[in-house]
Design a protein around this ligand. Structure first.
Ligand code: E4P
Length: 217
């Protein structure tokens, strides 16, 4: 399972990269705004800064919602750095743009996916990644993990190569359950990755090992 971090915060990206388990980064316009990154020039520069920290794919989302504009914006994003993956919303023109980029060999991440039907369309359009938003479904008392399972089944039935990128991860149990289902990638906050580290028995065990060592030395 690949681990992506879902943030535009450079310090957090560095921390995850330094841990040695990071495979990529996802961003979106809200995450950019949260870091105070505004204006086209600054946003494009920030994507390059992220690419220079992480060894892996960096999703950069288009703002346009109409095909021609999406293509123009996506091509500009893809030209920034070889690690950039063009993130497209799951709307009619987003699907068309996905097919266009697939045919041109530009990698894509179809985002804002909330149903198996949408995920099927993204795969048909040749998306590199599909991003079902599991946390946002859970937020409205809907079974987010169930959606990941459905998509896994459909993709396996037909051998679709689109990778399931479980998005909108909220906590470590989302990560573990997605791993059990066979999601290819997860993207979540730094805490959903570092939270996997913790176990009280590890801390107690280490304390005892170190105390016993001290006794004999
Ligand atoms: C992923 O690509 C999305 O940007 C992200 O996971 C959305 O997460 P949220 O529901 O926490 O905003």
């Amino acid at each position: 399972m690949k681990f992506f971090i879902d943030t535009a915060n450079l310090d957090q990206i560095k921390e995850a990269q330094d841990l040695g388990v990071l495979d990529g980064v996802t961003t979106n316009p809200s995450l950019m705004a949260k870091e105070g990154i505004t204006g086209k020039e600054n946003i494009l520069k920030h994507y390059v800064d992220i690419c220079n920290i992480v060894d892996g794919d960096v999703s950069a989302e288009v703002i346009a919602t109409e095909f021609d504009e999406m293509v123009k914006e996506g091509e500009e994003l893809a030209a920034l750095h070889p690690q950039i993956v063009v993130k497209l919303p799951m709307i009619k023109d987003g699907v068309k743009a996905c097919k266009y980029f697939t045919d041109k060999g530009i990698r894509t991440n179809v985002t804002l996916v909330f149903s198996a039907g949408q995920a099927l369309l993204a795969a048909k359009a040749g998306a590199t990644y599909v991003s079902p938003f599991l946390g946002r479904l859970d937020d409205i008392s809907t079974d987010g993990l169930g959606l990941i399972e459905e998509i896994r089944l459909i993709y396996d039935n037909y051998g679709f190569e689109t990778e399931i990128l479980a998005a909108s991860i909220r906590h470590t149990m989302h990560v573990l359950n997605c791993a059990k289902i066979g999601a290819d990638v997860m993207t979540g906050p730094l805490s959903s990755i570092t939270g996997l580290l913790s176990h009280p028995l590890t801390d107690i065990g280490l304390e005892k090992f170190l105390a016993d060592y001290k006794k004999g030395n």
